[in-house]
Each structure stands twice: as C-alpha cells, then as structure tokens.
Write a protein that binds this ligand. Structure first.
Ligand SMILES: Nc1ncnc2c1ncn2[C@@H]1O[C@H](COP(=O)(O)OP(=O)(O)OP(=O)(O)O)[C@@H](O)[C@H]1O
Ligand SMILES: [Mg+2]
Length: 417
C-alpha cells in the first residue's frame, strides 16, 4: 500500500487554517489511494490510518454493519480497542451513528449515557468522534478516539465525514470489481468446459471416422483392381479423386489426433542441441528434394531446454515450412538463430511470406494462408508448434509481408532477467 504522509501535530506557530489546509492535502492523497483500492483489506488499512492522521486522534476504528450488529473490522490505536468483535447496534456508538445517520461527538465518555461504559472502561478512550459511512442507509462507521479530553471541532467532523464518504465509494467499487472478477472467472470456467467437451468430441469423432475411411479405401482399391475394364477413363479419374479426398481426410484426422497427444503428453526436460537438430532436419529435406538449392545458415552451439521429441516437432515444422514456402523464390535462404537478449529462437526464410493481418489464423488448426494448389499442406503444423511452445511456457509469433519472406520467433519459457 502506498505510504501516506503523516500529518504533523499542530504546533504553536501553525495556525488552525494552515493545519486544515495540510489536512485537506492529506485527504486528497487518501482519496487517490482509495480510488485504487481493489479489496476490503486495503481500504481498511488506508482508512484506519487516515482517520487518525486527519483528526490527530490516539485511535481509530473501522466499523461495518453486519445485520443487527456492528462489526469492528479494523483499528489503529495506541492500545487495543475492539478489533474483530461484534456488538448489537442498539448498544454501541457505531450503531447509534448508523441508526441516526449523523456524526456523534462525545467529549467525555463518562458523562454520556449513550456510551456502554463497561466496554469503554478497559480502553484509553476519554473522548470520541464517530461518523457514518454513507449518510443515507449507512453501511458502517468510522470512529476516532482521544485519550485526553477533546471536543471534536466542526473542521474535524467535516474531514472525517469526507473520509467516510470517499470510503463508501471505495467500498462500492470493491463490490463492483469483485462481481466483475467473479463474472470473468465464471465465463472462463464455462469456456474451458466447452473447449474440453469440444476437444473430447473431436477426438472421438476422429477416432471413429478412421474405420469407415479405411473401408472406403479398401473398396476403392477393389474397384480399381477388379473393375478396371468396366470403369473406363472417366470412372478411373473419379476414383482417383475419391482416393485423394480420402487421403486428405486421413491426414487431417492424423493431425487432430497428434494435436490431442501434444496437449496431453508428459513433458520430459533435457538440454537439446538445437544446431545439430536443425542441421539434420535440413539435410533430410535436401535429401528428399535433391533438385532444390537452398542456402542455409544455422547459428552454432544453440542449446534449448525442453522435451526432445516435441522440440524436434517444432523445428521440423518450422523448417519444412521455410523450405516449402521458399520453393518459388529465385535464391532461397533459410536461417536458424537466437537472440540472446530476449532469449528468443528464430527460423527465417526469404520465401513468399504472408500478410501479417492474417497472422492470428496461422496457429489455428486447419487454417492455411496459401491454397493447396500453390503449396500443399493440411494446416496443422503451426497449430502443433504453438501448442508445444505453450506447454513449455513460451510464446511464438511471426513477422512477414507478402513476397518478403517470413520469420517465426519463439521462446521456451518466460524470459528470465
Ligand atoms: N514460412 C512461411 N512462409 C509463408 N507462409 C507460411 C510459412 N509458414 C506457414 N505459413 C502459412 O501458414 C499456414 C499454416 O502453416 P502450417 O504449417 O500450420 O500448415 P501447412 O504448412 O499449410 O500444412 P502442414 O500441416 O503440412 O504443416 C500455411 O498454410 C501458410 O499459409
Ligand atoms: Mg507446415
């Protein structure tokens, strides 16, 4: 909590006016601090101190209405008062203040019949001032107490009432914030449940679709083998297209299932030699596409802490994308590097790139920014990568522009200072 200036006791040289101005300055600070308070504890801590400082009292208490009782929530005083205790409203001064909806000044507790003297005897209190929190339908009260005879002045009453009015706004704010927080929490829980259900549904569906797909594949094959003559050219081409569609669905199902596995796999942490891994993956890509000439630059000695199998999936996807989407570039280049300052790895290419406006789609399953005629793919690679990075506690993002290449950046944990 913000430390508020303490108000110096009025000295002989200081006029009452000066003191009042100083008190007003403190009040402004308190109003600011209260406007930032988001919980009851912070409010009571600010108020109990401010009440004392504003009135130069020896003690202050913060009282809240609790049904027919007054609950002494908090206090700041030269010796203990009634913190944590409840008294019937009908017998305590806080109750009087709330019932009558007005401040009460008692210069001498021994002389005032409204005082339940038994409760006051063990305390230091000789005089008091109490004001209601919210004058219409009060929800509490703030009390200040003196060990010596002191009749609260009109200025002190005004100051304490101003504090109580601000407190009432702060208390209402807390209610609003708590309600908002609860609503956000409920909504998040709802969404999580819906997501889990959807995921379970997608998983089951993917699983169950495999059997009829395999049957479809089988009959397709039989048709091709045993009825070639009858089918003719056109029939064969239909079968061919059917086959391709089946393969696509198969690939998508595999993608779904592997996404599911990634989300639920147990992570094993190891130090992974990223440079060697990148080298191997690129060598493999080169092996499979001998006709391609790609200039490759891999930073040396890159080490990453994470699950070795999943990190391989990350690099394989990013590098195969870099490889694929630079296929139509005159002099393709791929770079793997590390930015030490932000603990960020990156994979960069000078290929077709994409419009950054579509960037949020990149990491969603089955979303593609280029069509299958231009570049083939299923659109699950980056979704898997994003989930793996997320599971490692890191972040992934991209920079690109059409025909300007693309760079994918990722971290594998919250950056440490
Ligand atoms: N290096 C890149 N340069 C340009 N576009 C890219 C690059 N990497 C990804 N993209 C775009 O992001 C989309 C999603 O990538 P993702 O790897 O998830 O799917 P994919 O490569 O199409 O299919 P696959 O499931 O086989 O990986 C791609 O379809 C492509 O449009
Ligand atoms: Mg891909």
């Amino acid at each position: 909590m913000q430390q508020l200036n303490r108000l110096a006791a009025p000295t002989e040289s200081k006029t009452t006016d000066q003191h009042y101005i100083q008190a007003m300055e403190l009040l402004v600070e308190v109003v600011q601090a209260l406007s930032l308070a988001r919980d009851l504890e912070t409010i009571t801590a600010i108020v109990r101190q401010a009440a004392r400082d504003l009135t130069q009292a020896d003690g202050a208490s913060f009282v809240l209405k609790d049904g027919d009782f007054c609950f002494y929530v908090d206090e700041s005083a030269i010796s203990p008062l009634w913190k944590g205790r409840r008294f019937p409203q009908s017998i305590c001064i806080g109750g009087w203040c709330m019932r009558n909806q007005q401040p009460i000044v008692i210069p001498d507790v021994e002389e005032d019949e409204r005082i339940p003297i038994e409760a006051y005897r063990p305390t230091f209190i000789k005089s008091l001032l109490m004001v209601p929190i919210r004058t219409r339908a009060p929800i509490g009260a703030i009390g200040t107490y003196w060990a010596n005879f002191h009749e609260a002045t009109p200025a002190e009453i005004r100051l304490l009432q101003a504090l109580a009015d601000t407190t009432s706004v702060a208390l209402e704010n807390v209610q609003v914030y708590t309600e908002l927080e609860n609503r956000v929490r409920d909504r998040t829980a709802e969404l999580e449940t819906a997501n889990r259900e959807l995921e379970a549904f997608a998983y089951t569906l993917s699983h169950d679709l495999r059997t009829p797909l395999t049957a479809l594949n089988g009959y397709n094959y039989l048709l091709k083998m045993q009825y070639t003559e009858q089918l003719g050219q056109e029939g064969k081409s239909y079968l061919e297209q059917m086959d391709q569609s089946v393969q696509r669905i198969h690939a998508q199902i595999d993608g779904m299932l592997s996404l599911h596995r990634i989300k639920h796999a147990e992570l094993e942490y190891e130090q992974v030699d990223f440079s060697s891994l990148a080298q191997e993956i690129l060598a493999d890509l080169q092996d499979r596409h001998r006709d391609r000439l790609v200039e490759v630059a891999i930073a040396e000695g890159l080490m990453a802490a994470g699950d070795p199998v999943l990190l391989q999936v990350v690099l394989e996807n990013l590098l195969s994308n870099a490889w694929k989407y630079s296929a139509k570039t005159a002099a393709p280049e791929i770079e793997v590097g590390y930015l030490a300052e932000s603990q960020t790895f990156y994979v960069k290419d000078n290929g077709v790139g994409f419009n950054l406006q579509d960037a949020e789609k990149l990491f969603q399953p089955f979303q593609r920014l280029h069509n299958a005629l231009e570049f083939e793919g299923n659109g699950v690679g980056l979704a898997s990568v994003a989930r793996i990075i997320e599971r490692h506690g890191g972040r992934i993002w991209a920079e690109s522009a059409p025909q300007q290449g693309a760079t994918f950046f990722f971290t594998l944990a919250e950056p440490t200072p």
